[in-house]
Write a protein that binds this ligand. Structure first.
Ligand SMILES: Cc1ncc(COP(=O)(O)O)c(C=O)c1O
Length: 392
């Protein structure tokens, strides 16, 4: 950090103590270069389907430029309720058990702030989404990472979670399909975790933002498991499956006694999710399914390309069964994941993210997001091949 970057004396210790983002540095560097292929950012390369954008424009032209109910538009909450009922057979009351959020990012913040008291511990499998730890820490909770390994497909076992349980443990944060590994949990993987949650009286925060992005694999909603609905905060959204990252809209569902607490936080920090985005989201649930499926088919094609490509280069890569990330091991190059990512960017202008940005056990891997055009992934693999041969 240069003297110019030093935090002002006015910045709180809480924020000063947050770890520097391992990702931002790469994006800043990539932003200053030409002809870069980015497999870095975790967002769809597709534009939002046209009819969703048009629904938002229409709503603005009709004068819907005001706050909505703090909970979000009732029509959208009804749509989310019907959507979850149809897909997973879980029922949430649109009047008292659903809040429309500014993305799952906000849902995570609401969950952490409304259930964690200072020092309460939350267990979370790693590697995991970069925002989890800061989000829990900012809420005053203690983030307890539970490492997973490549040998077990980066799936977290109930026994490993249970080893981390103490008298202060309040919640488990689950996330599947996983960012950055692409690991997806099957019903049989989840049942022992449900059993643990019930036996040790733990709340489960289940981030299922990639639920629609599975490949030949059926997603199980955690709240649909026997007895789990009453101890689950379910988070989901539109960003990934409907290519709506910039709209900032998602949902949080929970039993009324928890949801009301989340609403209290939500109304003071956000008031209500962006109104035009809520109209676009209504349209997404109404008519977006064909688009979701078309994008999914294309992600699947790219997924096979990138996984075969990495394995062909000797960068062993387990098959990601969900989301849009590959997480190959780069150990055979003799470089650390940080060195690999930085040198690859400087020498071949390809952005990937060092695995250790997602937790210590991610070291030795990099994350490559395949939500990029097929031709760009082919070119990126050619450049990575050149890079690997040079460094081995
Ligand atoms: C696992 C996970 N959860 C949540 C988010 C944030 O989603 P949103 O755009 O809905 O805030 C992301 C974004 O990358 C993610 O990977």
């Amino acid at each position: 950090m240069s003297a110019d970057d030093a935090p002002s004396e006015f910045v709180s210790r809480r924020v000063q103590n947050l770890p520097a983002s391992g990702i931002r540095r790469f994006f800043d560097l990539a932003g200053s270069m030409d002809d870069v292929i980015s497999l870095g950012v975790g967002e769809p390369d597709f534009d939002t389907p046209r009819q969703l954008t048009e629904a938002a424009i229409r709503s603005l032209n009709e004068g819907h430029t005001h706050y909505t109910s703090n909970y979000g538009l009732l029509e959208l909450r009804r749509g989310v309720s019907a959507h979850l009922d149809r897909l997973y057979g879980v029922h949430y009351d649109p009047a008292s058990e659903i809040v429309i959020t500014a993305g799952v990012s906000e849902g995570l913040l609401l969950a952490a702030h409304s259930v964690l008291d200072p020092g309460d511990e939350l267990l979370c499998a790693e590697p995991s989404f970069v925002a989890y730890m800061p989000c829990v820490t900012l809420a005053g909770g203690a983030f307890v990472p539970v490492p997973t390994e490549e040998e077990s497909g980066f799936l977290v076992r109930a026994a490993d979670l249970e080893d981390g349980v103490t008298s202060r443990t309040k919640a488990i944060l689950l996330s599947y399909p996983n960012n950055p590994t692409g690991a997806a949990m099957a019903r049989d993987d989840l049942l022992p975790i449900a059993d643990l949650a019930a036996r040790r009286n733990l709340l489960v925060i289940s981030d299922e933002i990639y639920d629609r992005m599975t490949y030949g694999f059926e997603h199980t909603c955690f709240a649909s498991l026997p007895g789990m609905r009453e101890r689950t905060i379910l988070l989901g959204g539109f960003s990934k499956s409907y290519a709506m990252t910039g709209w900032r809209v998602g949902w949080a569902c929970a039993p009324a006694g928890i949801l009301e607490a989340m609403m209290q936080v939500h109304q003071y920090i956000i008031m209500s999710a962006p109104t035009p985005s809520q109209y676009a989201a209504i349209e997404a649930l109404r008519s977006g399914e064909d688009d979701v499926q078309a994008m999914l088919r294309e992600y699947d094609r790219r997924r096979r390309l990138i996984v075969n490509g990495f394995n062909g280069l000797g960068l062993t890569c387990i098959e990601p069964r969900g989301a849009f990330y590959a997480f190959p091991s780069i150990r055979s190059t003799g470089l650390s994941d940080e060195e690999f990512a930085e040198q690859l960017l400087r020498e071949e202008k390809v952005v990937v993210v060092p695995g250790s940005a997602f937790g210590a056990c991610g070291a030795g891997h990099v994350r490559a997001c395949y939500a990029a055009p097929y031709g760009q992934i082919e070119e990126a693999l050619a450049r990575i091949g050149r890079f690997v041969h040079k460094h081995r």
